[in-house]
Design a protein around this ligand. Structure first.
Ligand code: ADP
Ligand code: MG
Length: 700
């Protein structure tokens, strides 16, 4: 005896013999009643309408028709052999063809009988034909099919054995008759009421066989919510536990230095978004709980000054701050940027990278240990074993996508008192929805506003043939005192080729601009040479910067107004957006020119069009997500985003938001789920955990 109806082996379902059961096992991993019920349709087809043969037009996606089979015959020989049938209604005739599995179809097709057929019409000359249509014999007992019809994944092996989509639907119907009353609720009653959700049983039933589009939506909405709610409960519970139990944080409440800086030295008014984020961070810093916060802000939104302000919060509380950047160029830039502010208020600051001299390095190490040095900026060199702080209070990590979790953890060890607060800054706007799911362990702050007076960057797409015109435009801009970047792609597998590309490009630019000083920076140069070239450009001594993507992140030269991207079709959307963010940082109108060949792939075209259409980083990130799917976006693998059954993370952000808020509130009110109305949640969590283990055992 099975304890639970849903654990009943699938072969015990009426209509499933040993052969079908074995196919369901091997082809779809369906072993039990429960598994079958969870094999939801991937879409529904509208079967409310019957077309007539004479109405069919070429562009129709799928049509449903009713008529008779008047003739059938085999055509062709050997591999090309096919079964052809004539289907007829009052208005005309069309052909049905089968290239595979003829014999079982041939046997079942009855001449003269009436069928409802469903399929995609194709035109051949004046006639239409439908290959491999779904067929249903119309008999005296058969009820008219109507409404939305479920479409299930099946396989080529399953179809000849009566397990095409329609066959699976039939099994689902049989199963649901008995199962419906046994489906238990998995959400607390009060949540159903509060959000107007339908019950679990109805949701499952309608997800398979909706009455109409509204009930389908109600069903999916509830199932999505449930899926996300349980995911968020897990993610958030982990986070809350970490914060309260393991990681007490240093309390940074005194901020006189920061107040002085604010009143006397702030170079501009902060935007409202910057102010809000500073408040959020200050809230964390004085809370006594270690901060783990992701600071998202589009390129140019002013994350650096926010970081500096947060660093100042440590300093009056006997703590030090560090900022870590992914490249030397960037670390150096940050250092110069921050030093300008730090000097105004007499705060000590230093730079530490792989190319720091041993002597400098000894002094830095010493002063970090005795606490004389307050702010340190650097690359990975900062997390080496040798570097010790007197008391590291805050670590700012810029452009998080280059740093792994292990490196974050290494930093946590660098302090004697408590774990340092962590602020991770990124300009790669992981869509907000995704950030919420992926970085369950980080709080998220967003600077969603650019400083006033910024003019949107004008982006244009040009082909190779227009390059001289583009050069002409660069000349005009330089004549007006501006500077320009010309960027080439560098892709690992063709590194040599790309290098040649870059050098050829550099030469042709030198020829086109004989009187203009030009810089070049690429990955094969020594760090100090790169830095020297970069500084020449920063100071305005050179007017054009020819570079590979080393300048992708962070570089800040407000006088640059032109970004030319060669072979733009080779770049991903996130990268293109990052590169474009290098211009438009001052008050002048800036331009981004994307150069590509004439021929573009569909995706390549979509990327360039997206860039031309919008400057909004979040829109771009969403487009990127749609193009690549969440699987490619870093961090999503571990998060379980990929195992979502109902939710499309790029579309269902509202449900996600609701699920997250609901889970958060619930955890605050009843962290251990002790209230009686929450026992249902504990049961469901236990069930989900147990199901995971059984699934594993099946794979062996
Ligand atoms: P990102 O967020 O891309 O790191 P930065 O911090 O480099 O952006 O800032 C971009 C530019 O905008 C810098 O030149 C910076 O000085 C300037 N900036 C930042 N905040 C403001 C503001 N509130 N008002 C005016 N300019 C600002
Ligand atoms: Mg930056």
């Amino acid at each position: 005896m099975v304890k639970n109806f849903f654990d009943t082996k699938i072969e015990f379902l009426k209509g499933v013999g040993p052969q079908k059961a074995s196919l369901l096992n091997t082809e779809l991993g369906i072993f039990t009643f429960g598994d079958l019920l969870e094999h939801f349709p991937f879409r529904h087809e509208d079967r409310t309408k019957f077309y007539r043969v004479s109405e069919i037009q070429e562009h129709f996606p799928y049509v449903q028709l009713k008529g008779r089979i008047v003739k059938k015959q085999y055509i062709g020989e050997g591999r090309g052999k096919r079964l052809s049938a004539q289907f007829q209604d009052d208005t005309g005739v069309l052909e049905l063809v089968w290239f595979k599995g003829h014999s079982w179809i041939d046997k079942s097709l009855q001449i003269g009988a009436t069928y409802v057929i469903f399929g995609k019409p194709q035109r051949f000359g004046f006639k239409f034909s439908i290959s491999h249509p779904e067929m249903e014999l119309v008999t005296a007992e058969s009820k008219p099919q109507g409404g939305l019809f479920p479409v299930y994944h099946t396989s080529e092996k399953m179809k000849p054995k009566g397990l095409d989509s329609r066959g699976v639907a039939k099994l689902q119907r049989t199963l649901l008759k008995d199962a419906f009353a046994k489906i238990e609720e998995t959400l607390p009653e009060y949540l159903l009421k509060q959000h107007n959700f339908i019950s679990k049983a109805y949701a499952v039933g309608y997800a398979h066989f909706p009455k109409d589009p509204q009930t389908l939506e109600q069903a999916l909405n509830r199932l999505k919510f449930e899926e996300l709610f349980y995911m968020q409960l897990k993610v958030l519970a982990q986070k809350k536990q970490q914060h309260t139990k393991q990681f007490a944080g240093q309390v940074f409440a005194k901020i006189p230095t920061l107040n002085t800086f604010y009143k006397e030295h702030l170079p501009f008014d902060l935007t409202n978004a910057q102010k809000r984020v500073v408040r959020e961070i200050y809230g964390d810093m004085k809370s006594g709980i270690q901060m783990n916060r992701l600071l998202q802000g589009d390129v140019g939104s002013g994350k650096t000054i926010v970081a500096f302000i947060c660093m100042l919060m440590c300093l009056d509380n006997d703590a030090q701050a560090c900022m870590m950047a992914p490249t030397e160029i960037l670390a150096t830039q940050h250092y110069h940027g921050l030093k300008e502010h730090a000097d105004k208020i007499g705060v000590s600051i230093a730079l530490l990278t792989g190319s720091s001299k041993t002597k400098e390095r000894r002094i830095i190490d010493e002063e970090l240990r005795n606490g004389k040095l307050k702010i340190i900026v650097g690359t990975h060199a900062l997390i080496e074993e040798k570097v010790d702080f007197q008391n590291l209070g805050l670590c700012v990590i810029d452009e998080q996508h280059r740093f792994g979790v292990a490196q974050r953890a290494a930093l946590w060890k660098k302090t004697s008192k408590a774990y340092p607060h962590i602020l991770v800054m990124t300009a790669t706007p992981i869509p907000r929805t995704l950030a919420m799911t992926v970085y369950g362990d980080l709080d998220v702050s967003v600077i969603d506003e650019l400083p006033a007076g910024r003019k949107p960057i004008v982006t244009q797409h040009r082909t190779d043939a227009n390059r001289l015109r583009v050069f002409g435009f660069i000349k005009e801009q330089i004549a007006e005192g501006r500077q320009a970047y010309v960027v080439y792609p560098l892709i690992e597998e063709s590194e040599k080729l790309d290098y040649k590309n870059l050098m050829d490009g550099y030469e042709s630019i030198c020829r086109a601009f004989p009187k203009i000083p030009i810089s070049i920076v690429h990955g094969r140069m020594k760090a100090e040479d790169k830095e020297w070239e970069m500084q020449r450009f920063v100071k305005g001594e050179t007017k054009i910067m020819v570079a590979t993507t080393v300048i992708e992140v962070g570089v800040n030269v407000p006088n640059s107004t032109v970004m030319v991207i060669e072979n733009a079709e080779k770049f991903g959307l996130a990268q293109l957006h990052q590169l474009r963010g290098r211009v438009g940082r001052g008050g002048s109108q800036s331009y981004c020119i994307l150069i590509s060949g004439d021929k573009l792939s569909k995706d390549g075209k979509f990327r360039l069009e997206t860039m031309v259409r919008t400057n909004n980083g979040f829109e771009i990130a969403d487009a990127d997500l749609k193009l690549r799917g969440p699987g490619d976006i870093e961090g999503t693998q571990q998060s379980g985003v990929l195992s979502l059954k109902f939710t499309d993370i790029s579309k269902d952000s509202q449900v996600l938001q609701l699920a997250r808020e609901t889970a958060d509130k619930l955890l605050d009110e009843d962290p251990k789920m002790e209230k009686s109305e929450h026992s249902i949640i504990r049961t469901q969590q236990a069930f989900m955990a147990q199901k995971k283990t059984t699934n594993w055992s099946r794979i062996s």
